[in-house]
Design a protein around this ligand. Structure first.
Ligand code: SF4
Length: 355
């Protein structure tokens, strides 16, 4: 069955009905991204959070980390509010957060589905066991194709690549229910190694690989210009991977395409920010992953001196202050979902029976 689709939200009727301002109701978010820490054990040359040309991460402080007590409060709130899923992600590397295993276990035991993005370097020991037995999925982000290339991309030691591959194999040996995927981030330097990495990762036992292009600018055309010289060569390999590597136990998701459709917004309020907001390491709630650590136009509020639950249900108006036409003319992973939701909400009720 399909893992990646923009239609998951259409299984949540109450949430959809609560989204417009006129509904006068607030429902809990369905899926929260928690960024526990901004510290990272890798130093990627293209890291979107450190790239000065991107609005994402522009106000991020590497020293920020959610205090352990605040994290416990967030966990209780998520369980009490009926949040369905939590994904841990960067800022930094989630597995660098000392309380990650406990946090993940408490959420899962409280009925919240858990997942994490990671570079995979610390995926062993207790945290690996917790995710293997209680997690829904893990996605490791990769770029190099061997020891030297991986070390170059990430300013790490030459043995880091083989360490990650070993962690992948050992994680699969735990035989848990957790789905293990890799997100292979494609740029001009690894453009000729895309199929090769698909094959290597399949052989290592991962369950899926997602191919996507690195984002280098807030402007969609600029991104396309960056990818243009290698676009054809890469596409040939992603399609070959789909045709030759995809099988029952291995999904190939080709998200390498022109990026324009993720940039241009024609709607004045954002449904997605009520569906999957971000709780970040600076104890602020942001609209989404694409606007994290943007204090100009990404913050919904702070939970430093109040609980997430009290903050979320306090006033509905905060959800409509961001106008995507004005504030979000940059990469947005939720753009397609937002367009579908607006289309769904805008159907003339008199014409509904004429399906
Ligand atoms: S439109 Fe996209 S970028 Fe803007 S707040 Fe919504 S999800 Fe974030």
């Amino acid at each position: 069955m399909q893992l990646y689709t923009n239609l998951k939200i259409f299984h949540y009727q109450d949430k959809l009905d609560s989204l417009p301002q006129e509904s006068n109701t607030i429902e809990a978010p369905i899926h929260i991204r928690i960024k526990p820490t901004n510290a990272c054990n890798h130093n990627c040359s293209y890291c979107a959070y450190l790239n000065k040309d991107l609005q994402l991460g522009q106000d991020m402080s590497i020293a920020d980390r959610i205090p352990a007590q605040k994290m416990e409060e967030i966990v209780s709130d998520c369980i009490e509010m009926g949040v369905k899923a939590v994904t841990f992600s960067g800022g930094g590397e989630p597995l660098c957060y000392p309380q990650l295993a406990t946090t993940a276990r408490n959420l899962a035991e409280g009925g919240v589905s858990i997942a994490t993005l990671t570079n995979g370097a610390l995926l062993h020991g207790e945290v690996a066991e917790v995710f293997s037995s209680l997690g829904t999925w893990i996605r490791i982000s990769m770029d190099g194709w061997d020891g030297p290339s991986y070390a170059r991309f990430r300013s790490v030691g030459g043995d880091e690549f083989s360490k990650i591959m070993t962690n992948i194999k050992n994680f699969k040996k735990l035989n848990g229910k957790c789905f293990l995927g890799v997100s292979y981030v494609i740029n001009r330097d690894n453009a000729d190694h895309v199929f090769e990495m698909g094959q290597k990762l399949k052989d290592a036992g991962v369950d899926s690989i997602k191919f996507s292009g690195c984002v280098v600018s807030n402007d969609g055309h600029e991104n396309n210009r960056y990818h243009a010289p290698v676009f054809g060569r890469i596409k040939e390999q992603t399609q070959r991977a789909k045709a030759e590597l995809q099988s029952d136990g291995f999904e190939v998701f080709d998200a390498y395409h022109e990026l324009d459709e993720k940039f241009d917004k024609q709607y004045t309020w954002c449904p997605n920010l009520q569906i999957q907001p971000v709780i970040a390491a600076d104890q602020r709630v942001y609209t989404c992953h694409d606007k994290a650590y943007n204090l100009d136009a990404g913050v919904l509020g702070s939970i430093k001196d109040q609980s997430f639950k009290d903050f979320w249900f306090s006033n509905q108006d905060k959800f409509y202050e961001i106008n995507p036409i004005r504030h979000c003319q940059h990469h947005c992973v939720a753009n397609r979902t937002n367009k579908l939701i607006h289309e769904y909400l805008n159907v003339n009720p008199d014409h509904l029976p004429f399906v």
